[in-house]
Design a protein around this ligand. Sequence first.
Ligand code: ATP
Length: 345
Amino acid sequence: MIYVDENITPVDDVNTPFEYRDVKIKNDENPLDKYIILPELGRGSFGTVFYCKERQNNMELAVKVVGYKKKKEKIMMETEINILASLHHPAIIVIYDAFDYGNKLYCFMELIQGGELFDRVIETDFVLTERACACFIRQICDAVEYMHSKRIIHLDLKPENVLCISKQGNRIKIIDFGFARRYNPNKNLQVMFGTAEFSAPEVVLFEDIGPFTDMWSIGVICYVLLSGLSPFVGADDYETMTNVSFAKYSFDYAPFNEISSVAKDFLAELLVKESSNRMTAKNALKHEWLIQLDSLSPGVTLSLTKTKLKRYVILRRWRKAALSVIFINKLNKFSNSHFLKNCQI
Ligand code: ATP
């Protein structure tokens, strides 16, 4: 059995096998001269992530490869690399090297071996308690507070982008800065991207976004983690976006019977439609639920939440797989399938 909350202060060796480096994108150098690219670790809508090794010292790493055709696509990945290079926090993925070669951008980074957070917590031997949830959420808030202090907003916080360092410890790392932006409080910024289920009302309503937009997503992740239920999900993205725009949710479901009122208050401070009234990352870290974490008793095992969370993870995976099949079928209609050529090594 894995009782993550026995050690409420995050454990695990957070040290990457390398020091923080000043990473600049190298042009016209073939990354394959320095690195061996091995099997695929994961795939998103933009990039494919592979396991890899540095030839010189056999150091294990992960590399995200994104093919680009248009300048806009290239700029997006360059932004991700440059933002990552400016972030040094124990709960944020560390970049190692970057290349622009043959119409592909390569972002080499530390290898994370513990898998996605939600996959980990639904494992049979994982004991899910409210305290374990708070331990994970506190690390997410800490990393996000650091990002926001550097005027960077992630804009795609969702369960897939929270990885566990190991299968035994309780340390997490935030990945995928593909949508991240530098934020200027004096300039208005709207976006039309993200994952509907975790997007804030200001995103779906195309209103001004800001650090508060990430805080909404943390609220949704936390709601799902505590209950196994998704507060705004609908039958399709349109329905989900409509639900998000109304920002109506409820704690009137059986899994919430086991959840403390202080945890519900934490959620209620985040899932606030009016962005200016939403809790900031700084204040989240001062919220009683996260402050009392060390003295909080582990509490009951959230078995109903875990059952629902299992179902949620499986359904989400099916939905993602179905979407990518539709996507690939559409692409196959074009005889010259640029995306597939660029994404597969
Ligand atoms: P999305 O469609 O969510 O925007 P993406 O194309 O930007 O995705 P990532 O989310 O960065 O791609 O990575 C895709 C998957 O690869 C992740 O869900 C994860 O499973 C795996 N992955 C990413 N980075 C690492 C890493 N450093 N170590 C291990 N696995 C990783």
